[in-house]
Design a binder for this molecule. Structure first.
Ligand code: ANZ
Ligand code: ZN
Length: 944
């Protein structure tokens, strides 16, 4: 038996598969299709990353399984090759990006092929190939035709030293990535794509697809759909009206000031009317250097400035309230203005606290217990009660007095009824004495109000409690003995803050504590107070009614903004329009596509911020397609996201010269059945490509509404120690080296076995030896194949089929491999293994370690590749639970054993026992008096 030599086996099978076109996808197939997709890689100069191998292997496992389940599988590959690293390399070295790209893709291709991925290489695409980007440009023109592409002045990141526009990822902590100079904002006309027109569908249609829940959440958060009201606030003394957007019109009676975004038109208009114009103008100027994230983050100290002398009329109360400009309000969301309700919005609360603005509570919490023994009993009437919740601090320690009620297990504070209009100060002092014995509690302040409905087990009534939370401090420890009655009811204990937080076991008490610790800003829904005719109503239910009553309108808003679709760079798809002196912006006729990138000497953007293309006169100067007059080509190029927005469609028909893909092929292949990719692409890339797809769908150019039926995500592979792998840190793992030493199969198994697929994991080269040994053991088992009948092993292999099959579907590759390892362990204990069971093992191993599986399969004299063999089918009937061993007794003495599947009938067991040679010699010629079968375990033959 020959030794396992991966360096011979792996190239041999790779060649075999290629020659036999095993992985070619055919759209003329009569089979059901399955389209498996990975995010096509950016061919960086670093070569393949071990992270690529993890995600590619995962989908390779799925693709290989599907083929053997009888699907026609498309598992394609290509290059997302426009990108900054290549471009920056070109700027530095002067080497053409095409040349660099060619070199890098050659490396990637060689590396991917050496891993034995079952890609259909005949469909390879490259976004920088003019034959590909011709269609990227074509799709852009269709969008332009439909008014979805337009030009707008936008701010770009500008490095004043390098005189270059920077992509967001080139700005590190507000500074230029190359030279460290502080980045400025510069206004520039940009091409935009109106993705916002699709916002609602992009949100709603997530219901139609099978994405990981966290992926859907990310998409939804990015789209940021929210429903609310637009309400006008008049400015006193002139005609200006400020329209605000709020999701909480129910809190309008609590609006104590309004806030305008510094860059909003409102601020620009009203700044002149303020008494402090210069101060306000200065503030507006200062805000420009801050990012949106800096501005709106919850824990950032709020800043702002009042427009002195300017006042707005709150339409709820009719009161005049102050007007502020503050940077926590953004111009491009909602209407760029808000009504501030510090009692019920955390950011407004922080701002009001800082600037001493009034806080007016208009919503009070109402918690209704609906579970457990305290749940409100339907049908029973409510008994109302006003009560004080007393938070009492220890006289010398940072501890609080809690009361643990014996009858119902409540852990809360001392609560006392407010009799006949008493204040919490008076009632509280009395109750603290009565319930705990402490004599010298001093009322410090009111904390807040909340309402609570529950079933009072002790009093056997539904209670509707109106709690006034108050804070007391004990002056000293002077205390009377608690009465016996009180002691029976509850015990009192002193707890630290942390202990209080753990002990509280009621929602209302927790809220009381939160009010105490963090202030009474209550952001939930509840009962309205101080709200005129709406008092007593449920805040959620009256949102629309209140909106109407103040003349507002109910609207839907999105956080999503239109997509900035141009860059002033070289290495991207030229935007296919010309600027004509006469006709303005004119699209390039479709028959002239692709507009190819010209060769240039210098890849650096020009000092005016234009793309380097602007300096190539021969290329820029052209004729207007419409009037034939002088015109200039657009020199902006498309962003990196363009080519990847539709690449999965091109795979369906990658050689098509007439269309980006024929509808016939698209009808067969789309949608993508399973798309796996990085979590870092689940917002933008996924959203952009869904947008393009929906647009193409509306034009009748693709047959489905959504591009991807299912989307999953993998965890990143980090360097040993948990850092990001990067060339500069010198911690990059080179797959070539590993493939040489341990083989592609081992590397693939290792990457699938490392840990849960969806979680990030640190690379560990040491453990790779275990994966290698696993393969060597499978190899060695080959010598044991022979005649063998063993229902236990049959059962084990059936269970392994089931486990591996379901684990692959759930992307639990690591546990699939452990199941295979367990099987190998048990198989090793046998002296012989049936060919059938060994073939099952190979069949299950094949998607993970395709080369060695095929080699061993061929050693079993199979003519065709294992990857063409059907996927093993789980046969429940062959699963034995527990021992399948049957003991045969003759006249009470054990004479033989045999195996039988569980559930075998008594009569059958008797027949099987009688046929055994060891039994035959005892019973031959004898008379059998009777046979007793003890269910599934013993066959007792009694002779006369
Ligand atoms: C009053 C109010 C009271 C609000 C309250 C909230 C709670 P989402 O859900 O994100 O849409 N807002 C509106 N426009 C804004 C802008 N341009 N920049 C910053 N904040 C803005 O949130 C909408 C809420 O965010 C709005 O509802 C508004 O504050 C604020 F108890 O209005 B609200
Ligand atoms: Zn013209």
């Amino acid at each position: 038996m020959n030794r396992y030599d991966h360096s011979k086996i792996e190239p041999k099978w790779q060649k075999h598969w290629e020659v036999k076109k095993l992985n070619h996808a055919r759209e003329d197939s009569t089979k059901k299709k399955f389209y498996a997709l990975i995010e096509f890689p950016y061919p960086s100069g670093d070569g393949l990353h071990v992270g690529h191998i993890r995600s590619n292997t995962a989908m390779d496992v799925v693709a290989r399984k599907r083929r053997r389940e009888g699907f026609e599988v498309l598992y394609p590959i290509g290059w997302d090759a426009f990108g900054l690293p290549t471009e920056n390399f070109a700027i530095k070295t002067g080497i053409q990006p095409e040349i660099v790209t060619k070199k890098n893709t050659d490396t990637f291709r060689r590396q991917l092929k050496s891993l034995g991925f079952s890609f259909d290489w005949s469909r390879e695409i490259n976004t920088t190939d003019p034959k590909y980007y011709k269609w990227t440009q074509w799709i852009f023109l269709q969008m332009l035709k439909k008014g979805l592409a337009y030009k707008k002045k936008m701010e770009i990141n500008w490095c004043p030293k390098d005189l270059i526009g920077l992509a967001n990822e080139e700005v590190i902590d507000g500074c230029c990535e190359r030279c460290g100079t502080k980045v400025e904002k510069k206004e520039k006309e940009q091409w935009m794509l109106a993705i916002t027109q699709y916002a609602d569908r992009l949100d709603k249609d997530l219901d139609l697809v099978d994405y990981l829940p966290r992926v859907k959440t990310q998409q939804r958060n990015w789209i940021g759909k929210s429903e609310g009201a637009e309400i006008n606030f008049k400015i006193v003394g002139n005609d200006t009206v400020v329209k605000i957007f709020t999701t909480r019109p129910d809190t309008i009676f609590g609006a104590t000031y309004i806030v305008l975004a510094p860059e909003s038109l409102y601020a620009q208009e009203l700044v002149a009317q303020a008494e402090n114009t210069i101060e306000v103008a200065q503030y507006i100027q200062d805000v420009k250097s801050k990012t949106d994230i800096e501005r709106t983050s919850a824990d950032k100290e709020k800043t702002g400035v009042e427009l002195k002398g300017v006042r707005a009329i709150s339409p709820g109360t009719g009161e005049e309230i102050p007007v502020y400009v503050a940077d926590y309000v953004l111009a491009h969301y909602g209407t760029g203005a808000v009504m501030a309700v510090p009692a019920h919005d955390e950011r407004d609360a922080a701002f009001a606290k800082k600037y001493g603005l009034p806080v007016k509570h208009v919503v009070e919490s109402l918690s209704t217990l609906s579970e457990g023994p305290d749940a409100v009993k339907p049908g029973l009437p409510f008994v109302e009660r006003d009560a004080a919740v007393c938070i009492v601090r220890h006289w010398s320690e940072e501890k609080y007095l809690m009361s643990f009620y014996r009858a119902n297990g409540w852990k809360g504070f001392i609560v006392g009824g407010l009799e006949g209009g008493e204040t919490p100060a008076i009632a509280g002092t009395r109750e603290i004495h009565e319930e705990s014995g402490y004599k010298n509690a001093r009322f410090v302040r009111d904390v807040g109000v909340l309402h609570s409905q529950f079933f009072h087990q002790v009093k056997a009534v539904n209670r509707s409690a109106h709690f006034k939370v108050a804070y007391f401090e004990l002056a000293d420890g002077e205390r009377d003995e608690m009465s016996e009655d009180e002691k029976k009811l509850h015990e009192v204990v002193w707890l630290s803050e942390g202990e209080v937080e753990k002990a509280m076991n009621r929602e209302d008490i927790q809220l009381a504590w939160k009010f105490f610790k963090k202030g009474p800003c209550f952001t939930g829904e509840g009962i309205l107070v101080n709200s005129g005719k709406f008092n007593g109503k449920n805040s959620t239910e009256v949102k629309k009614e209140i909106t109407e009553s103040v003349g507002g309108t109910w609207v839907t808003k999105f956080k999503l903004r239109d997509w900035v679709f141009s860059r002033q760079r070289y290495w991207g798809e030229p935007i296919p329009v010309v600027h004509c002196e006469q006709c303005g912006v004119v699209p390039v006729p479709e028959k002239e596509l692709p507009i190819q990138l010209p060769k240039v000497k210098n890849y650096k953007p020009t000092e005016t911020g234009e793309s380097p293309l602007a300096a190539i006169e021969k290329w820029v100067n052209t004729k207007c397609p419409q009037c034939k007059g002088k015109a200039k080509r657009e020199t902006d190029t498309m962003p990196n996201w363009a080519g990847s927005s539709w690449y999965y469609l091109r795979y369906a028909d990658s050689k098509n010269k007439k269309e980006f893909a024929s509808i016939k092929n698209l009808k067969y292949w789309t949608p993508v059945d399973w798309y796996n990719g990085g979590m870092e692409h689940t917002t933008l890339h996924l959203l952009y490509s869904r947008f393009w797809h929906k647009f193409l769908y509306d034009q009748g150019l693709v047959p489905t509404n959504e591009p991807y039926q299912k989307r999953t995500s993998h965890g990143l592979i980090l360097a040993e120690g948990g850092e990001k792998m990067s060339k500069s840190k010198g911690n990059v793992v080179n797959p070539d080296e590993l493939i040489k030493v341990v083989g592609a199969d081992t590397l693939r198994v290792h990457e699938m076995f490392m840990g849960p697929f969806d979680q990030a994991i640190a690379w560990d080269t040491n453990t790779i030896a275990g994966s290698r040994r696993f393969i060597e053991r499978i190899w060695a088992l080959h010598t044991k194949v022979g005649e063998s009948q063993n229902t236990q092993i049959d059962s084990l292999m059936q269970k392994t089929i089931k486990k591996v099959s379901t684990d692959i579907e759930e992307m639990r590759f690591n546990t699939a491999i452990s199941a295979l390892m367990i099987a190998v362990n048990d198989l090793e204990k046998e002296t012989t293994i049936s060919k059938e069971n060994y073939e099952i093992l190979l069949g299950l191993v094949a998607p993970f370690a395709p080369h060695v599986a095929d080699e061993l399969w061929s050693l079993l004299k199979n003519k065709k590749s294992i990857h063409l063999a059907p996927w093993p089918i789980f046969d429940e009937k062959r699963v034995v639970e527990g021992s399948g061993k049957i003991v045969v007794q003759i006249n009470g003495k054990m004479r033989a054993t045999f195996e039988a599947p569980p559930g075998t009938g008594d009569k059958e067991l008797e027949e099987l026992a009688k046929k055994l040679p060891e039994v035959g010699k005892w019973i031959e010629g004898k008379n059998i008096a009777k046979v007793i079968v003890v269910k599934g375990r013993v066959v007792n033959i009694v002779l006369i």
